[in-house]
Design a protein around this ligand. Structure first.
Ligand code: AMP
Ligand code: ZN
Length: 105
């Protein structure tokens, strides 16, 4: 948990969100500023700032995020979609708590 992290606050319920999935490793909720018809963020409950900060111990977690994204996409009847991590300021990352964008139309 990082005190200044908006996604940690969402995970803790301090900031409200419309959670569509939650398990022991991650939560998922709609992006507040959707760039596609379906735009969902899959966010690990563990605070890891960026992909650059991942350790080997996080490999299972990262695979889990992709599996959750696939399951949500199926529920949303998305035939095709994009999965995206923005990495670092120059990679377009604004929130420094790893999250996977699921985007589909
Ligand atoms: P990134 O640029 O990869 O760091 O993406 C951060 C995303 O978080 C952006 O698409 C924002 O629209 C989204 N976002 C920021 N604050 C919230 C929030 N309170 N609830 C849902 N999504 C948010
Ligand atoms: Zn955080």
């Amino acid at each position: 948990m990082s005190n200044d992290c908006i996604f940690c606050k969402i995970i803790e319920g301090v900031i409200p969100s419309n959670q569509i999935h939650s398990d022991d490793l991650c939560v998922a909720f709609p992006d507040i500023n959707p760039k596609t018809k379906v735009h969902i963020l899959i966010v690990p409950t563990k605070h890891i700032p960026t992909i650059k900060d991942l350790g080997h111990e996080d490999e299972k977690l990262m695979g889990h995020l992709i599996g959750v994204a696939r399951d949500i996409a199926k529920k949303e009847n998305l035939e095709g979609y994009k999965l995206q991590f923005n990495v670092g300021e120059k990679g377009g990352q604004e929130v420094f708590h790893i999250h996977l964008h699921l985007m589909g139309n």
